[in-house]
Design a protein around this ligand. Structure first.
Ligand code: HEC
Ligand code: HEC
Length: 415
């Protein structure tokens, strides 16, 4: 009896083990089937996803208008300028006041606060060197001419270019000369600190006009060089792979298990909507999720945006075609072929990059929305002719939001 019982027990045990194994493999098969179903993309779709991934980001473009853009010393000096509060009327404002590295170089505010309150929201600086136009309205055509804008704005740094020249001569002479060559003589007579044509203050303009042309030129050149150093630093602020990029990479290698760890079903559905039915990629395209163009997406605003930015950039003495630019005229194609159809651009603003977007509310050019879900509800309802999507359900909005969250990754910039 005994051996038979042991034999029967053995058979039962074996059957049990086989059953468990069968169940496990069936489960594995369903899991694999699920993975294949969730992450099913055609070859053509994968090419589109790759075009959105950071792995397709080209090398940093050259800026022919800034001869110092790749100069390591300029990068280092530009970083000092970026965080130096002495470039402000009250000694309390630097670029870093509004562009805080720990919040993606923004400030969490709907409208930025410097010496006073601005009328627009602070923009993030990640991947900025890939842009052709700067500011919400694109009123600048290079990172260096952009950088010297806020310094003379009465609500931002509230400083003057003449005060900048004095600060360089007093505090940065050696570092400046090592990069840009000998400084001209700067004193209160050749360069009265309050003198400036760019602050909108009549007394400052009068003092500026009373200066000798060569002194004005000297100050302008120092001012442009400050911008060129800051731009060299800002250009180095770059996005690093986020879960979305790692997802696309895993898909390309056909490693669905890895892919699944980077993006879950909702996020993948959201990505399908983003590139498909919701037509978001007609503007938020490429590895930085922007077409670098200007659109009126239907936000009620009295701000004319790009319609006014066009004339400002054309009139700017520090633009690509100006005397302080290092570019040859045929290297200024963007500016020379600028679309001047002002009527088309009333209320149009630059398509923002969506890199790290979930991490840096509020949203839109005047901080109109506090959360991503508010932004998406806006898109669901907007009647702008520029948006061509079909109706989006609330569940679809949640999925798009899940996808947008996968665009949050680390940043790199010179430490
Ligand atoms: C008072 C807060 C404040 C200060 C200080 C400030 N910025 Fe900004 N920055 C903003 C705001 C607001 C915008 C958008 C303004 C607009 O479109 O009119 C902006 C836009 C930018 C942009 C354009 C980004 C893009 O995508 O077009 C860059 C680059 C930039 N700032 C760099 C700087 C630098 C460099 C400094 C220091 C010289 C600086 N900012 C000082 C608030 C500030
Ligand atoms: C016609 C071009 C266009 C389309 C299509 C488009 N956007 Fe935008 N998007 C913009 C512009 C322009 C802004 C900035 C508008 C402003 O501030 O005036 C913006 C802003 C945003 C912002 C806020 C980002 C920030 O930094 O403030 C998010 C998020 C966003 N879009 C997501 C989407 C999603 C999701 C879709 C698809 C449903 C979409 N966009 C479709 C052009 C577009």
């Amino acid at each position: 009896m005994f051996p038979f019982r042991a034999f029967a027990f053995g058979i039962l045990l074996a059957a049990g083990v086989m059953l468990v194994m069968f169940c496990l493999s069936a489960e594995a098969a369903t899991a694999e089937k699920n993975l294949k179903e969730i992450h099913a993309w055609s070859g053509e779709e994968i090419s589109l996803l790759r075009s959105l991934s950071l792995f397709s980001l080209p090398a940093l473009p050259k800026d022919p208008s800034n001869a110092y853009a790749d100069n390591p010393r300029a990068i280092e000096l530009g970083k000092k300028f970026f965080f130096d509060k002495r470039f402000s009327a009250n000694g309390k404002v630097s670029c870093g006041t509004c562009h805080m590295p720990e919040v993606n170089f923004t400030d969490k505010l709907p409208l930025a606060m410097g010496m006073g309150q601005t009328t627009r929201r602070t923009m993030p600086l990640t991947g900025n060197a890939y842009n052709a136009w700067f500011f919400w309205d694109g009123r600048k055509d290079s990172l260096w001419s952009q950088a010297i804008g806020p310094i003379e704005s009465s609500v931002e740094h509230g400083f003057t270019r003449s005060m900048c020249a004095h600060l360089i001569a007093d505090k940065y002479k050696k570092e400046y000369e090592e990069i840009f060559g000998k400084l001209p003589r700067i004193n209160n007579k050749s360069c009265p600190p309050k003198a400036s044509p760019g602050t909108g203050n009549p007394a400052a303009l009068k003092a500026w006009n009373a200066m000798k042309p060569e002194d004005r030129d000297n100050v302008n050149r120092i001012y442009a060089n400050i911008g060129k150093a800051i731009a060299a630093f800002v250009a180095q602020i770059l996005p690093r792979p986020a879960p979305f990029d790692l997802y696309v990479d895993a898909l390309t290698k056909n490693d669905l298990e890895a892919a699944d760890k980077f993006m879950n079903r909702d996020a993948v559905d959201g990505l399908r909507l983003f590139t498909g039915k919701a037509k978001c990629t007609s503007c938020h395209m490429g590895p930085l999720f922007t077409n670098s163009s200007f659109h009126n997406i239907g936000l009620a605003t009295t701000d004319k945006g790009r319609a006014e930015g066009i004339d400002k950039v054309l009139a700017d003495e520090f633009n690509c075609l100006g005397i302080y630019s290092d570019a040859k005229p045929d290297e200024c194609l963007e500016l020379r072929f600028i679309d001047t159809n002002r009527a088309k651009y009333v209320g149009a603003f630059k398509t923002p990059s969506l890199r790290n977007v979930a991490d840096r509310p509020p949203y839109m050019h005047a901080g109109q929305f506090k959360t991503l879900s508010e932004v998406l509800v806006f898109y669901q309802r907007s009647a702008s002719r520029e948006l061509e999507h079909n109706e989006l359900t609330n569940t679809e909005l949640l999925k798009i939001e899940a996808f947008l969250k996968t665009l949050t990754g680390p940043l790199s910039f010179p430490k």
